[in-house]
Design a protein around this ligand. Structure first.
Ligand code: DOR
Length: 423
């Protein structure tokens, strides 16, 4: 199979250049300044508008299978990932049964492989059995089965000694612990960020301190163990400050934020909008600005979606009973491109935060656009305008506050395993 991509802008973490590409049998064989003639190409693209990125990976996704297939299953989750332009996803362990043993990890991998979609799945195993925060999982067995990291995401590991052991063991296997940093005694019964809007709505708030204390504790244990840790879905200015300082100190910490934390504020909850109910909660303008600053200066390594599908019946109910979470796989590319348009980050940063860094954190080889390398690409039209509606969402669940939004930028193709897939 021969694929020619002429006239595109190639974006990597280190540079942006207009070139012409020839891919043959899955490898990049030519990158040239002159157009490549298409005579015997099986696939041919020539479009000046397109950006060719190394394949994107979303390192924080809830696929819900096994157990919650009414929200999402591996097939629908991977179709959503494909629709959003991802060549890979890492899926969280809060399934039923929990992914705390090799059988579940194997099941997820086998099921994903059997679908034949161009999206790889990298299971993240639980830190503790049943996400109960008490007994550590068998990390060696889980690594062997294909787990790439450990996380009790959705639940913090409250017991600091258990967290310490988890970091020590995971590190001995060369794997990161992904922390859901939250002090649950402060967040309990909370519905949204504690502040002006929660007061206005009469809803119980979750103070920022729930995240700040969580991050502080997780960083302290990371310092104690010298282990590699990754802080999930950072939402607060103060959390960012702690992570920035920890990085300077040499603590082996990386972190991510999600598009909703740099796009929306707590105001999105006005009107009791349960589609904006997410954990950690949407914060204030001040936090959004701090997150943008941290994306710009590299304190935030990764943008991940925290794709959290929930059924309509779990969202369209009293707001205090509604589930936390929103889908995000299919809005990540346009919302991240918005940051580029605002001048917060550039295309190179986008390649770094959606491809190179998340691959690296999970111990996976990042795709590179070089002659001789395997071609794993996400091809984006950054100016295409489209309307997000229930019909064009591939995910089984439609729980996003961006429904009805006019978005700019769309992933158009994926190149993987020697083939060009049109999205
Ligand atoms: O809003 C959220 N939803 N935050 C989490 O940490 C978990 C997730 C879920 O599983 O629904």
């Amino acid at each position: 199979m021969k694929i020619v991509i002429n006239d595109a802008t190639i974006v990597t973490s280190t540079g942006v250049f207009r070139k012409n590409l020839l891919i043959k049998d899955g490898r990049i064989v030519r990158i040239e300044s002159v157009k490549i003639r298409s005579t015997n190409a099986d696939c041919f693209i020539e479009d000046k508008n397109l950006l060719v990125f190394p394949g994107f990976i979303d390192m924080h996704v809830h696929l819900r299978e096994p157990g919650y297939e009414y929200k999402e299953d591996i097939a629908s989750g991977l179709k959503a990932a494909f629709n959003g332009g991802f060549v890979g996803v890492a899926c969280m362990a809060n399934t039923n049964p929990v992914n705390d043993n090799a059988t579940v990890t194997n099941f997820i991998k086998c099921k994903a492989d059997s679908l034949g979609l161009p999206v790889s799945v990298y299971p993240i195993a639980a830190i503790t059995k049943g996400l109960m925060g008490e007994n550590l999982v068998e990390m060696g067995e889980l690594k062997e089965a294909g787990a790439v990291a450990f996380s009790d995401d959705g639940m913090p590991v409250s017991n600091a000694d258990i967290l310490r052991r988890a970091m020590e063991y995971a590190d001995s296997f060369g794997m990161p612990v992904i922390c859901h940093s939250e002090e649950p005694t402060l967040s309990k019964y909370g519905v949204m960020n504690e502040g002006r809007v929660s007061t206005l709505l009469g809803l119980k708030g979750i103070p920022k301190e729930a995240e700040i204390l969580g991050i502080y504790k997780d960083l302290c244990i990371a310092r104690l163990t010298n282990a590699r840790v990754h802080i999930a879905h950072v939402s607060t200015k103060e959390g960012i400050t702690l992570i920035r300082k920890a990085k300077k100190e040499g603590i082996k910490v990386t972190c991510e934020t999600c598009p909703h934390y740099f796009t929306l504020t707590e105001e999105a909850m006005l009107g009791y909008n349960s589609y904006a109910k997410v954990n950690p909660p949407l914060r204030t303008e001040d936090d959004v600005e701090a997150i943008k600053q941290a994306l710009a200066d590299g304190t935030i390594d990764v943008i991940a979606s925290d794709h959290a599908p929930h059924h309509k019946d779990e969202k369209e109910i009293e707001i205090d009973k509604a589930a936390f979470g929103m889908i995000g796989l299919e809005t990540m590319v346009p919302l991240t491109l918005e940051l580029v348009r605002q001048g917060v980050i550039d295309f190179k940063d986008m390649a770094e935060k959606l491809s190179r860094k998340p691959h690296q954190i999970l111990g996976l080889k990042p795709p590179t656009i070089k002659v001789g390398e395997e071609a794993v690409l996400t091809i984006v039209n950054p100016t295409e305008e489209w309307l997000l509606n229930e019909e064009n969402i591939a995910s089984k669940s439609k729980n996003t506050p961006f429904l009805g939004a006019r978005l700019v930028g769309k992933a158009k193709y994926i190149v993987k395993k020697g083939e060009l897939f049109e999205i």
